[in-house]
Design a protein around this ligand. Sequence first.
Ligand code: ADP
Length: 161
Amino acid sequence: MTKLAVYPGSFDPITNGHLDLIQRGLRIFDTIIVAVAKNPAKQSLFTVEERLEMIRVAVGDKPRVKIDSFQGLLVDYVRSVNARIVLRGLRAVTDFEYEFQMNMMNRRLEPEIETVFLMTGLPWVFLSSSILKEAAVHGGNIEGMVPPYVFKQLKRKFGQE
Ligand code: ADP
């Protein structure tokens, strides 16, 4: 049996923190599906296609990492790909409350699916896509926080190129 995990998120855009988590996840799971959540209610900077493309470039050639998108309930998606495990990252304690609530709801909806949390690498503890965008929009130097392709896309999006 191969261990398959779904790593869901907005990835708007993918950061080095997300990549660190994927790297850690690969030590535990055979295959990870990075799944971009299509959430029309949530305002995003990049389209789902742009986000998928940035993940593809950032992940590179790793046959154990698959990239996909989904709409609707996470547990339905997880079931549809025959997975039983959801992978999520924890940074500071501030993530805990939200992740706890979401986990309880998902467990209630689908008791067969477990969520596994991994702690982020120390350099990425304070890195979130939203903080990153906030710095980038004002011309802050975000080099080293995102993969080079994402860096370029952010510059382009904010007309800094
Ligand atoms: P969501 O909108 O679902 O929170 P995100 O793209 O912000 O989507 O995050 C997806 C997942 O990646 C979450 O589990 C989040 O905790 C994790 N994550 C985000 N930033 C980091 C980081 N710097 N280090 C480790 N995990 C992270």
